[in-house]
Design a protein around this ligand. Structure first.
Ligand code: MTE
Ligand code: MO
Length: 202
């Protein structure tokens, strides 16, 4: 099977089917992109909170979140600046596990992810449930570096990577959509790479 795949991908003019429209394969590069200065966050004071339209607001310390059942994402990531990376491995906890502890109210339909730096990004609740989103602290078997969002970042790999808030510190559940940092600055509200939803109006 691997041989067939290689032969198919190797034919001249064929495009890797993992590559969304307008993207290129960054191969062994992992670019670093963020708006704010890289913060140095100590795990001793780190917290993650699920708040807003929930039955019970819940916060975890570093030791507490790492004691939750582990979950892994193996797959691709896609940045709106046109690089994609294939076959990444991220380890952390599923957002489903975190939401189950806080129990979203029936009126909750959107989330805002917020970071220790003040960065925000908005998502429909349906885009972070049912195994589609994680809070992760390891990438390819190593602790996330501060540049890539360590100690922990959000990971929502089916959407453009700006939804994957670095230095994430919580999720706020809302009954309405509230554009985050890049969304207020012209990026698309949802950001599906397969639909090339890069900018408002796409
Ligand atoms: N806190 C924070 N998270 C952020 C951003 C940011 O500016 N601040 N930029 C986003 C964007 S636009 C991208 S492409 C990815 C980049 O992640 P990386 O530097 O690990 O590749 O982080 C996302 N998360
Ligand atoms: Mo980005």
């Amino acid at each position: 099977m691997a041989g067939i795949t290689r032969g198919f991908l190797g034919r001249r003019g064929d495009r890797d089917p993992r590559l969304p429209p307008g993207q290129y394969d960054a191969r062994d590069q992992w670019p670093v992109l963020h708006a704010e200065a890289t913060p140095r966050i100590r795990t001793e004071t780190w917290t993650f909170t699920v708040e807003g339209l929930v039955e019970q607001e819940v916060s975890w310390t570093w030791d507490e979140i790492r004691a939750l059942p582990r979950a892994r994402y193996e797959g691709d990531i896609h940045c709106v600046t046109t690089w994609s990376k294939f076959g990444m491995t991220f380890d952390g906890v599923s957002v489903d596990t975190l939401l189950a502890a806080a129990r979203p109210l029936p009126s909750a339909s959107y989330v805002v992810a917020f970071s220790h730096t003040g960065y925000t990004t908005n998502l429909p609740l349906a885009d972070v449930t049912d195994g589609k989103a994680w809070v992760v602290w390891d990438a390819d078997g190593h602790p996330l570096t501060a540049e890539h969002g360590g100690p922990a970042r959000l990971l929502v790999p089916h959407l453009y990577f700006w939804k994957s808030a670095k230095w994430v510190s919580g999720l706020r559940l809302l009954d309405h959509d509230e554009p985050g940092f890049w969304e207020r600055n012209g990026y698309h509200d949802r950001g599906d790479p397969w639909l090339e939803q890069r900018y408002q109006g796409d």
